[in-house]
Unconditional design. Structure first.
Length: 234
């Protein structure tokens, strides 16, 4: 697989050949790589329906606030229909048993927040420790921006942590090491490079006349007022 360093420097070199006076930095290019890589990962997941981009997080702590018990999602996830970016949420109902791995024991069901009240009205769907649910909130809670899963069915028991598997995306603002490999299929690296090059060329070709400099640089318009004629002049 190609590394961020190899791809970013190759793109920067290509842009310099075409636009030798372009001021495009390596962090800009790495950001564009992450944005395009996320789109490619999303497309690849839809096509393959595999676990290629699945990340597993064990012992994610269960917390509480004014709305109930919740976990903070440890990574950004793909926004797929019906919370499809969340592969599973599970926990060990009895830690002493040997009924398979943790993710194969008690698995949460997903529900939209608007349908929660109907769950508690039916004895067959009511959230319980053996039939738990989660719903996702990605907006404001108590004046805080959150990305959480609220857990239903734990009202009468204490659960310290859960296991989570997510279809993760890349954070465009963070690359820890340029020598890390770009996590996309090898056959799509060329496509990524072409798209990032297109972004760079578009940015460098934007005419300077349309760039807002923040000041009025236009010339003042003056109007010449004709002088009245003197009838006494010979």
């Amino acid at each position: 697989m190609a590394t961020y360093r190899f791809v970013a420097y190759d793109i920067q070199k290509s842009l310099k050949k075409t636009f030798d006076d372009a001021d495009i930095t390596l962090p800009q290019i790495v950001y564009w790589i992450q944005v395009v890589a996320n789109r490619i990962r999303f497309q690849s997941q839809i096509i393959s329906e595999s676990d290629m981009f699945t990340s597993i997080f064990s012992a994610v702590p269960v917390l509480s606030d004014s709305q109930g018990k919740y976990i903070d999602l440890p990574k950004q996830i793909m926004n797929l229909p019906n919370n499809g970016g969340i592969v599973y949420v599970s926990y060990n109902e009895e830690t002493c048993c040997c009924n398979g791995p943790a993710f194969a024991q008690v698995v949460f069901n997903t529900v939209n927040i608007s349908a929660i009240h109907t769950l508690y009205g039916d004895e067959y769907t009511r959230p319980t420790p053996s039939n738990p649910y989660y719903y996702r909130v990605g907006g404001m809670v108590d004046n805080l921006q959150v990305n959480r899963l609220y857990l239903l069915g734990f009202e009468c028991i204490e659960v310290k942590d859960v296991n989570v598997a997510l279809l993760t995306t890349l954070d465009p603002s963070t690359v820890c090491d340029l020598d890390d490999e770009i996590p996309i299929p090898d056959e799509r690296v060329h496509e990524l490079m072409m798209e990032v090059l297109s972004i760079g060329k578009f940015i460098t070709m934007v005419p300077q006349e349309v760039v807002n400099q923040g000041a009025d640089e236009s010339e003042p318009i003056t109007t010449r007022v004709p002088q009245p004629q003197n009838d006494n002049q010979e």
